[in-house]
Design a protein around this ligand. Structure first.
Ligand SMILES: NC(=O)c1ccc[n+]([C@@H]2O[C@H](COP(=O)([O-])OP(=O)(O)OC[C@H]3O[C@@H](n4cnc5c(N)ncnc54)[C@H](O)[C@@H]3O)[C@@H](O)[C@H]2O)c1
Ligand SMILES: O=C(O)[C@H](O)COP(=O)(O)O
Length: 390
């Protein structure tokens, strides 16, 4: 029986995939094998020793201590693209909200309650206070052309915007999905200096923290509208407020408000609703659950952020999975131990990603606890598990 701990509420369409004869799923559970989480901050959460995998039902994994997980051999998954459409739709909404004073106009109209037959005339007289611009023909700069950035870029272009993108690490798949008329910006500086709208769609990490800061605001066009549906930490809020006061940024639309931002009327603050649609929540939960089930039952890895994608069809016999630091002579030491134990390898695959490697080894005889202890004893091995196939 595998035990799955849920942090946050996870859509039942995903949780239902864990068959109850093989899995126990609960928000409180002892000795979990795996965790499913959304945005709960896990940096101060004590991850139980028994945890083999964590699945983030969503895109951003900055709420998970990924480096610590890697060192402990815990495979961290996310669900790339599963909530992209939901975020794209809200980003486009944000562009319209930043362009037209819809919200202020609506608030003003509500203030007319009780004015009876005067209202139509008051509306016609007052509406000039709430005019705005169209987005067609304006320049949009998209920072980060992943699942969300590509969707935003393509749909903004369909709406008549002139779109440029900046992503030095764009994947081949994303590049295939990008409309060919979207311009490639060679530098971030070039992108931000020519854009009327800037939308940021990159992960928060040590390289991207504060990527929009005073220096970058100083290069932007006066009146630019900035959209952040990625993470609050990507923008230096003190510098943003300064740029708004200086008239450089006309509107800042963010899904990640803080106290300082809420005091500024040109900030359009949204309570982290990017992925809060039933469609996105279900897509993420289903993808996260499938990835965990596959990993726990077969050892195959798909969409991990800290270990490589690595899969081999599951046949019969015994499967050994081993994660190790990506250093020389690991495969040699592993296969030597298997030879010492007289184990014949029928299939084997080894992949690496950044600092870690992963091996799937199918053998013809059953594995033993002694074997597992020996494998775990190799300097650099961070996890090892034996899966007995039916
Ligand atoms: N508001 C929400 O509810 C919500 C929902 C989903 C995702 N997000 C956030 O949006 C981010 C993007 O999501 P995604 O699904 O598009 O992820 P993704 O991994 O598909 O795309 C991220 C892209 O950013 C690029 N990138 C990384 N560093 C960069 C840099 N310094 N400059 C330019 N490009 C860079 C990568 O190459 C990649 O193409 C997530 O990391 C998450 O933080 C927010
Ligand atoms: O990174 C993500 O996928 C989003 O920020 C969504 O977060 P949520 O699952 O808490 O809505």
């Amino acid at each position: 029986m595998h035990k799955i701990l849920t942090l946050n509420k996870i859509a039942s369409k995903g949780l239902d995939l864990f068959s109850r004869d093989l899995y126990e799923v609960a928000s409180e559970i002892g000795h979990p094998d795996a965790i499913i989480v959304r945005s709960q901050d896990m940096h101060s959460f004590e991850i139980p020793e028994t945890v083999k995998a964590i699945a983030r039902a969503g895109a951003g994994t900055n709420n998970i201590p990924v480096d610590t997980c890697s060192q402990r051999g815990i495979v961290v998954f996310n669900t790339p693209g599963a909530n992209a459409n939901s975020v794209k739709e809200l980003t486009l909404t944000g562009m319209f909200l930043a362009s037209r004073k819809i919200f202020r106009g609506m608030e003003w109209v509500k203030s007319l309650v009780g004015r009876g037959d005067e209202i139509p005339a008051l509306v016609e007289k007052g509406k000039k206070e709430f005019t705005g611009n169209e987005i067609r023909g304006k320049k949009l700069g998209v920072i980060g052309l992943g699942a969300i950035g590509v969707d935003v870029a393509n749909d903004a272009e369909r709406l008549g915007m002139i779109v440029s993108g900046y992503d030095p690490f764009i994947s081949v798949e994303a590049a295939w999905g990008l409309s060919p008329s979207i311009k490639k910006a060679e530098t971030l500086e070039a992108l931000i200096s020519e854009s009327d709208y800037i939308s940021v769609h990159i992960p928060l990490n040590d390289q991207t923290r504060g990527i929009l800061n005073r220096e970058r605001f100083s290069r932007m066009k006066r009146g630019v509208k900035v959209l952040n549906f990625s993470r609050g930490g990507l923008v230096n809020n003190t510098d943003m407020l300064e740029a708004i006061q200086a008239g450089i940024v006309d509107r800042y639309v963010t899904d990640f408000p803080d106290d300082s931002l809420l005091r500024e009327e040109n900030v359009i603050a949204i309570p982290h609703l990017g992925a809060s649609t039933p469609e996105a929540e279900e897509n993420c939960a289903v993808m996260a659950a499938r990835q965990l089930i596959t990993f726990l039952e077969t050892g195959n890895i798909l969409n991990s952020v800290n270990f490589p994608d690595c899969s081999m069809p599951l046949t019969t016999g015994t499967r050994i999975i081993i994660g190790n630091r990506n250093i020389p002579n690991m495969v040699g030491q592993i296969t030597t131990i298997l030879a010492e134990e007289s184990m014949n390898i029928s299939e084997m695959i080894n992949r690496h990603k950044d600092g870690y490697a992963y091996n799937i080894i199918d053998v013809e005889s059953p594995g033993t606890d002694a074997l597992l202890t020996k494998l775990k004893g190799i300097e650099g091995v961070v996890m090892a598990r034996i899966i007995d196939k039916k």
